[in-house]
Design a binder for this molecule. Structure first.
Ligand code: AMP
Length: 282
């Protein structure tokens, strides 16, 4: 695996590979790698000649500076995992390399209603930060395909919109969520859970499963209330328990029994905020 810290060197290297006819896959991450990230890499290996992974904890997407400070970092272990996974290139830039002009006057992207609903409502500015870093990374790597996890459902929709806005030729491939044996979605943030918190964390998955089993046409309000109560019982502090149209992410209170739905949850166990989602209904 080749490690790059400078964006210009990486861009030039990839351009030579592309000129020689290689297909390039790209897996952007914030590090503290786990099997969810490895699944994205594996998917990229199967369709590309070379796979680039980036590790960059992007300051502009953290609306809460405490969350940014506490974000887990395990770079040596990450490098070992990437080496043994078979990744070809690691891009490990500094904040200055990604934002050479600083982070105060960055471009604004028109992502429409996605900006202020669900995650956007509870994390103001988060998706602008995601767009800023993704736009920069995609301009540096210019991959044929970028691989992202369904675990961050709204983020995938935002990046899809970004690719449209920038008339990018990169294809977004969304990979399914990897879970622990008890159903908890793998996440770098799980490292911050103590034993007691960890034992409760799969409640989020249980609520999503409950939704999948019990959703029916008509009002969705009772289902959402029950889901919230299941989390309350375990002393979660919930930002949202919602059911939305899986195509538009418009939040729904009624289901016609036909459209594809996604249930989405964001909830805290003490200090740790976890998110998850599941396709339910048709
Ligand atoms: P992160 O390092 O958390 O920013 O995640 C980097 C990429 O990995 C994003 O596209 C995430 O959606 C994806 N990802 C994170 N957790 C999982 C998971 N459990 N299963 C699949 N993909 C994931």
């Amino acid at each position: 695996m080749i490690l790059f810290k400078k964006s210009t060197e990486l861009s030039q290297y990839i351009k030579r590979l592309k000129d020689a006819g290689n297909q390039i896959g790209f897996v952007p991450t914030m590090g503290a790698l786990h099997k969810g990230h490895l699944a994205l890499l594996e998917t990229s290996f199967s369709s590309n000649d070379l796979t680039v992974c980036s590790i960059f904890v992007n300051p502009t997407q953290f609306n809460d500076p405490k969350d940014f400070k506490k974000y887990p970092v395990s770079i040596e272990q990450d490098i070992q995992m990437l080496e043994s996974s078979g990744a070809d290139i690691l891009f490990l830039p500094s904040v200055e390399k990604i934002y050479p002009g600083g982070t105060t006057h960055l471009q604004h992207f028109d992502i429409g209603h996605l900006e202020n609903i669900l995650e956007g409502r509870y994390r103001p500015g988060h998706f602008q930060g995601v767009c800023q870093v993704m736009n920069r990374l995609l301009n540096i790597v210019e991959p044929h395909r970028v691989y992202m996890g369904q675990k961050d459902f709204q983020q995938c929709m935002v990046v899809k919109r970004l690719l449209e806005l920038t008339t990018s030729e990169t294809l977004l491939i969304i990979c399914r969520t990897q879970r622990e044996p008890d159903g908890l979605a793998m996440s770098s943030r799980n490292l911050r859970l103590n034993d007691e918190e960890r034992s409760k964390a799969a409640t989020i998955y249980q609520v999503l499963q409950f939704f999948k089993q019990h959703v029916k046409a008509g009002s969705l309000n009772q289902l959402k209330t029950t889901g919230k109560e299941m989390l309350d019982e375990k002393r979660f502090k919930t930002d949202y328990v919602e059911i939305a149209d899986a195509g538009t992410l418009a939040v729904l209170n009624e289901w016609d029994g036909q459209s594809k739905l996604v249930a989405l949850i964001a909830s805290f166990i003490n200090e740790v905020r976890l998110i998850d989602n599941m396709i339910i209904g048709v």
